[in-house]
Ligand binder design. Structure first.
Ligand code: HMG
Ligand code: MG
Length: 299
């Protein structure tokens, strides 16, 4: 059955901007995006990524972004940390929470973080340990849960294995990434069925990209199974450098509209989110990827 409340984890400052082609997005724009998002009633915002700037140039100013934001009480500002170097920088920048990331596909893991899945988990061990001592919660991402741009099909059992390993390492929550947005509702349910045998459903989140336009349908399918945490990106911002044609996360506005229709509480202001989506789309000269935002307009 459907959850009564859903927590939205806003991804746009990180997943939404990390692959933006062309010039580097000014730090001030990122800071303003995060500040605007935190006025919408969102409680979890992935604000930055402490990865190698050679690999992801758009996230090279992560420390400056974290230093520039006006922190709202009750809002968690999270950051990606692939290794100890990233974690140390995130702690220095006072990230409230961090995230480690691996995948269910070996080929994707190699392209994304330059190691095997097993090596990635080994790399996370000291990150988990240090974060625990610093009192910082760690989230875990498993990418390619419904398909991989290199190997194609992904076995749900493999998703379950990686998710379980991350949970056992101490991640408080595992976010299941349909990185290239190839899933469909039945596939999403089957994948979740396999994973929830190893990881309790209340420790799982859905992180669906919308490449094939299935993300809202897939979310409906997993919400029905009890998923109560949804990753989303305002205006559907985003893409993936290692996944041809991949589009951003499902648009936060569209998720909110779906949830409102189901009578599910989020504490988020839809119109303010719509305005924020229009603002960032205009600022980046980008098409707004939210259907709801296009229907409602800016006001
Ligand atoms: P590597 O080249 O194997 O690492 O990269 P290395 O340890 O050999 O380091 C190479 C250089 O990077 C060194 O600098 C390090 O100091 C530096 P040099 O000596 O050459 O000048 N370096 C760093 N600099 C800043 N911050 C750091 C850091 N670490 C090393 N943390 C590494 C390995 C993991 C670092 C690299 O592959 C990397 O940064 N990958 C990140 C890829 C990425 O950000 N992908 C997108 C995020 S994941 C995602 O979007 C999926 C998700 O949304 C879920 C879904 O949709 O499925 C989460
Ligand atoms: Mg993603």
């Amino acid at each position: 059955s459907f959850p009564t409340t859903v927590r939205i984890f806003e991804m746009s400052p990180r997943d939404g901007l990390q692959n933006e082609p062309g010039e580097l997005i000014p730090t001030t724009v990122k800071v303003e995006l995060i500040n605007r998002l935190s006025q919408c009633g969102l409680t979890h915002i992935e604000a930055a990524s402490f990865v190698s700037p050679k690999w992801v140039p758009q996230m090279g100013d992560a420390s400056d972004v974290m230093a520039g934001i006006s922190r709202q009480p009750g809002v968690i500002y999270a950051a990606l940390t692939p290794n100890m170097k990233g974690l140390e920088a995130a702690i220095e920048a006072k990230a409230d929470e961090v995230a480690v990331f691996s995948a269910a596909s070996e080929a994707f893991t190699r392209k994304n973080i330059n190691c095997s899945i097993a090596e990635s988990l080994e790399r996370f061990a000291p990150v988990m340990e240090t974060a625990r001592h610093a009192g910082i919660r760690v989230r875990g991402y498993v990418s390619t849960v419904m398909g991989c741009p290199y190997q194609g099909e992904v076995d749900p059992q493999q998703v379950a294995r990686v998710a379980k390993a991350m949970l056992e390492m101490g991640c408080y929550e595992i976010s299941l990434g349909d990185t290239i947005g190839v899933g469909t509702p039945l596939k999403a349910k089957r994948m979740l069925e396999a994973v929830s045998k190893e990881v309790p459903i209340d420790r799982l989140a859905a992180h669906f990209h919308d490449t094939y336009g299935q993300a809202i349908a897939n979310l409906y399918a997993v919400l029905e199974e009890g998923i109560a945490v949804v990753d989303a990106s305002v205006a559907g911002l985003g893409g993936c450098p290692y996944a041809k044609g991949a589009s951003g996360n499902v648009a936060t506005e569209d998720v909110l509209y779906l949830l409102q229709g189901l009578g599910i509480e989020t504490g988020t202001d839809l119109q303010q989110l719509i305005n924020t989506g229009h603002w960032i789309s205009r600022t980046l000269s980008r098409h707004n990827g939210s259907k709801v935002a296009l229907a409602r307009g800016d006001c």
